[in-house]
Design a protein around this ligand. Structure first.
Ligand code: ADP
Ligand code: ADP
Ligand code: ZN
Length: 218
C-alpha cells in the first residue's frame, strides 16, 4: 500500500506513521528525519539544508525529490511506503506522480490529518524526538523514563525548529505551500480526512478504519 500522510506541522504525522508502519509492515519515510539525520552527520546534504530547516522554510523541490527517489529504490519499499512530510508543494506532488508512474506504481490513499493552529503551537513546545523516529510529548505522550526513548534507549532531543516563532513560520509555510495539496489530491479522489485532535490511539483507529483495516493490540 502506498500512503501519504498530509497535515500541518505537529498534526501527528510522525506519530501515526510509526504506528501504521508497525501495523501495515511498510516503511515510514520522513523527509524531515532524512534531513535531520544528514545535518547531524554533517554530510554535504546536511550542510546544504541546515539553515533552511532552522528558518522554517522548505528545502528546494528538486533536491527533496532526488532524496525521495533514492529512498524508494531501497528494497524495503517493494510492498509500499508511508510518506510523512512529502510531498509538501504542488511541484513535488507532480514530480512524485511522475516518479511513481515510472515505477508502475501509484498513490493509494492520502490521509489528511486536521488540527487547528492553536493546538499545534501547544503540541510543538512539548515535542521530544528520538533519532530512531519515535516521537514523544512531555505531557501528552511521555516516555517511561524522562528523556530516554522507550523503543531504543537513546537520549531524546528537542528540535531547533520547535521554538514558537519558527513554529509560526512553519505554519505559514504550510498554509501557503502545502495546503493546496488537499485540493490536488481531492480532485484525484484520494483524500481521507481524519480528525487529528483526538488522542493518539483514537486517531490511529480512525485511520485504520478508513483504510478498511482492523488495528490489533491498540
Ligand atoms: P513536521 O513533522 O513538523 O511537519 P518535518 O520533520 O516533516 O516537520 O520537516 C522539518 C523540516 O524539514 C521542514 O520545516 C522543512 O524545512 C524540511 N522538509 C521536510 N520535508 C520537506 C519537503 N517535502 N520539502 C521541503 N522541505 C521539507
Ligand atoms: P508531525 O510529524 O505531524 O509534525 P508529530 O507526530 O511529531 O507531528 O507530533 C507533534 C507532537 O504532538 C509530538 O510531541 C507528539 O507526541 C504530539 N502528538 C501527536 N499526536 C498527538 C495527539 N493525537 N494528541 C496529542 N498530542 C499528540
Ligand atoms: Zn528511539
Amino acid at each position: 500500500m502506498n500512503l501519504i500522510l498530509l497535515g500541518p506541522p505537529g498534526a501527528g504525522k510522525g506519530t501515526q506513521a510509526v504506528l501504521l508502519s508497525g501495523a501495515l509492515k511498510i516503511p515510514h519515510i520522513s523527509t524531515g528525519d532524512i534531513f535531520r539525520s544528514n545535518i547531524k552527520q554533517q554530510t554535504e546534504l546536511g550542510k546544504k539544508v541546515s539553515d533552511i530547516l532552522a528558518s522554517g522554510g522548505l528545502v528546494p523541490d528538486d533536491l527533496t525529490c532526488e532524496i525521495v527517489k533514492d529512498r524508494l529504490q531501497q528494497d524495503d519499499c517493494r510492498n509500499g511506503f508511508i510518506m510523512d512530510g512529502f510531498p509538501r508543494t504542488l511541484p513535488q506532488a507532480e514530480m512524485f506522480e511522475e516518479m511513481l508512474k515510472a515505477r508502475n506504481q501509484k498513490i493509494d490513499t492520502v490521509i489528511n490529518i486536521t488540527v487547528d493552529d492553536d493546538v499545534i503551537v501547544k503540541r510543538m513546545s512539548g515535542r521530544r524526538m528520538c533519532s530512531c523516529g519515535k516521537v514523544y510529548h512531555i505531557t501528552g505522550n511521555p516516555p517511561k523514563q524522562e528523556g530516554i526513548c522507550d523503543a531504543c534507549g537513546s537520549a531524546l532531543y528537542i528540535r531547533d525548529d520547535d521554538r514558537e516563532e519558527t513554529v509560526l513560520r512553519r505554519l505559514k509555510t504550510y498554509h501557503d505551500q502545502t495546503s493546496p495539496l488537499i485540493d490536488f489530491y481531492s480532485k484525484r479522489g484520494l483524500i481521507i480526512e481524519v480528525d487529528g485532535d483526538k488522542d493518539i490511539e483514537s486517531t490511529f483507529r480512525d485511520i485504520m478504519a478508513a483504510l478498511g483495516r482492523q488495528p490489533d493490540g491498540v
